[in-house]
Design a protein around this ligand. Structure first.
Ligand code: FCB
Length: 450
């Protein structure tokens, strides 16, 4: 049976990771511009100041996308590039960049899928309290209305937020991301609530301004798969994925997705938060749970679990020498079967894999090519499991490979290479890797070569 005829084969990137031009054409500062300058914050002091210089080279990059044959390209918009103060006046040059990029993609026959927020938060708004400020959902709505008003004629597919787990959970929970604050659980929960309200407002605004547009969400979260296919282990994995508690909720799935898709916070989580729970005003959850056209999920790996025999679960350790990617994430292709299946069962919304891919130590070889057999193997393994999900009746609409090209990997700087296209950051030369040509065949054959 395989993948449906209209399956969306795509690739993804994000603004701060590829654009560069951090101080050009009136762009405002983002929290990542500021964070990267902090000594020790990012591997070897790297920053996205220049990155892949995509801001100037986007035509060359779109030509490569066309050669790759992707049907859709997931990009994100830099909020401070279009609204330097976060609200108020539009920076015309910044907006023009996205208009021209959209035109170029459409000309190449590639559908743009826009993520409205992929972490480069306007520094001006951060100084006003950022996501902790009760006005923050309104700021986001204003930005989204402006984007929709200007780009709605060219762009009809949107994701609101990329991985709130990371920009809240890793940014404000003493972890490694900008702005690297350590907030109380109460403040984290309040920020999360404001982000969810912002999501709801954005979905409503998009639908008002661009009738007929398609809107999704792109979270991530710790996930699990059953160590065996015994019913009790499958139940254990389901339980492990969706039970939020006080300690793991920022990186979990249910806290961020139940309100959006089911219109409620998970009961078990509410109980464990106690007095830290934010106040939820009447109408908040209706606003947050606007119907979505698809549910995006970024999926890289998961852990095997088994039943503990008492209705709970136990994580099963990986055997010695288990395969890992360069960024040290385990290779668990099962993730692309079990997680879409569990998500579809729970949320009953078509699934899009918004990110999946691997970091390798890719080099340009003496023959001028980039041989990345590990990535090819990774893609095949994962996509075979995704195909199994499709064949089992999970409504999977698309797959966006992370990433189209090597780029700035947040606090790991340029040390990690996730691309199908190799980027030499000294010369900005692009070299399609072997995986580029292999993925092209997967796309051309609609998955028959897997
Ligand atoms: C995800 C991010 C993306 C990229 C990949 C490797 O968490 O959304 O920007 O960094 O990981």
């Amino acid at each position: 049976m395989g993948f449906p005829e209209n399956f969306i084969w795509g690739a993804a990137t994000a603004s701060y990771q590829i654009e560069g031009a951090a101080y050009e054409d009136g762009k405002g500062l983002s929290i990542w511009d500021v964070f990267c300058k902090r000594p020790g914050a990012v591997f070897e002091g790297h920053s996205g100041d220049v990155a892949c210089d995509h801001y100037h080279r986007f035509r060359e990059d779109v030509a490569l996308m066309k050669e790759l044959g992707i049907k859709a390209y997931r990009l994100s918009i830099s909020w401070p590039r279009v609204l330097p103060e976060g609200t108020g006046a539009i920076n015309e040059k910044g907006m023009r960049f996205y208009e021209e990029l959209a035109d170029e993609l459409l000309k190449a026959g590639i559908t743009p899928y826009v993520t409205l927020f992929h972490w480069d938060y306007p520094y001006a708004l951060y100084k006003r309290g950022g996501w902790l400020n009760p006005e923050s959902p309104l700021w986001f709505e204003e930005y989204v209305r402006k984007i929709a008003g200007r780009l709605g004629g060219k762009i009809r597919h949107f994701f609101t937020f990329n991985e709130p787990q990371c920009f809240i959970g890793l940014g404000f929970n003493g972890k490694e991301h900008a702005p690297n604050l350590s907030c109380s659980n109460q403040d984290l929960l309040q920020m999360a609530h404001n982000v969810l309200l912002a999501h709801g407002r954005a979905v409503k605004a998009l639908r008002e301004v661009i009738p007929g547009c398609l809107v999704g969400y792109a979270p991530t979260g710790t996930s699990y798969y059953p160590a065996t296919e015994k019913p009790e282990d499958i139940e254990a994995a389901r339980k492990a994925i969706f039970s939020p508690d006080r300690d793991n909720w920022p990186f979990g799935i249910a806290w961020w997705s139940d309100p959006v898709l089911l219109g409620r916070y998970p009961e078990e989580g509410i109980r464990s938060m106690g007095e830290d729970m934010p106040s939820v005003a009447p109408g908040d959850l209706e606003l947050i749970s606007q119907p979505l056209d698809f549910y995006g999920q970024n999926i890289y790996n998961s852990r095997p679990v088994e039943s503990d025999g008492k209705g709970g679960f136990r994580v099963v350790p990986f055997p010695a020498g288990y395969p890992r990617t360069c960024i040290d994430w385990p290779v668990t292709p099962e993730s692309l079967y079990w997680l879409p299946k569990f998500l579809y069962e729970r949320y009953k919304t078509p699934i899009v894999i918004t990110e999946n891919g691997m970091s390798c130590h890719d080099v340009v070889s003496l023959d001028g090519k980039v041989h990345d057999p590990n990535r090819i193997d990774f893609i095949h393994r994962y996509l075979r499991y995704l195909r199994r999900a499709v064949e089992d009746g999970v409504d999977v609409r698309g797959y966006f490979h992370w990433s189209f090209m090597d780029n700035f990997e947040w606090c790991r700087g340029y040390d990690e290479r996730f691309g199908l296209v190799h980027v030499d950051y000294t010369t900005q030369k692009r070299t399609p890797k072997d995986s580029f040509y292999d993925y092209r065949e997967i796309i051309r054959s609609n998955g028959e070569t897997l």
